[in-house]
Design a protein around this ligand. Structure first.
Ligand SMILES: [Zn+2]
Length: 224
């Protein structure tokens, strides 16, 4: 639908339009992530967003969404109060993280009533973990849209910190998005083939265990 035909103050239509991207069938997790990106794009399209630093108000000012800042043990939570969705954000966290959490929580609202179709769990993640990952992915797609990030990258804003400032997100969120878009490679946890100095906690590599090659050669390497 052309955004010019949509009344931007009709919040129920906006939520319904974002939800309408999802097909009425069970989805694989890969498909659920793809739907999350399409929903983020739909939200931006409806809101008429064409530039970076996507304003938080496209979610926070929807009439039946209320945003509260509270002391929380987590970054955020969402509940239905009876006449509105209440998104609670951790008041002590940086504004960039609160923005990301706002969009993450909005995805939970979008998914409400559909989670059994969207997230079924697999050998890697439980259904709840998938829902969390999809909410993070939605927030990344909404705050750092593929087209805009690639345009910024083409304008030589090729550092996570610089992109973070341009898009109003944390540097770590920008780094994750760049990895998702294939513009950078994921940073390795350690350098293969080296011995790390002792570390008080963490995984064995960080505790100084040397990485040795496998004792048995790969069968394909000796099958000639
Ligand atoms: Zn969540």
């Amino acid at each position: 639908m052309n955004s010019s035909t949509i009344n931007p103050t009709n919040e129920s239509s906006i939520l319904a339009l974002v939800r309408s991207v999802m097909p009425q069938r069970a989805l694989t997790f890969y498909e659920a992530l793809r739907i999350a990106e399409l929903q983020a794009n739909r939200l931006l399209e409806i809101s008429g967003i064409n530039g970076s630093a996507v304003p938080s108000k496209i979610v926070s000012e929807l009439p039946r969404i209320q945003v509260d800042y509270r002391d929380l043990p987590t970054s955020g939570l969402t509940f239905w109060s009876g006449d509105a969705w209440v998104i609670c954000l951790n008041r002590s966290e940086p504004a960039t993280r609160q923005r990301f959490t706002l969009f993450h929580e909005f995805k939970h609202i979008v998914d409400h009533g559909r989670t059994l179709q969207l997230y079924t769990g697999d050998h890697l993640h439980t259904a709840d973990e998938q829902a969390e990952r999809a909410a993070d992915y939605f927030a990344g797609c909404a705050l750092m849209p593929k087209r805009l990030v690639k345009r910024a990258w083409g304008e030589l804003l090729q550092h996570p910190g610089v992109l973070a400032l341009a898009f109003g997100v944390s540097a770590s969120a920008a780094e994750v998005r760049l990895n998702q878009l294939g513009l950078t490679e994921p940073r390795l946890r350690c350098t293969p083939g080296t011995t790390r100095s002792a570390h008080p906690d963490g995984d064995p590599y960080r505790r100084g265990v040397p990485i040795t090659p496998p004792a048995t050669p790969n069968p394909q390497e000796v099958a000639t």
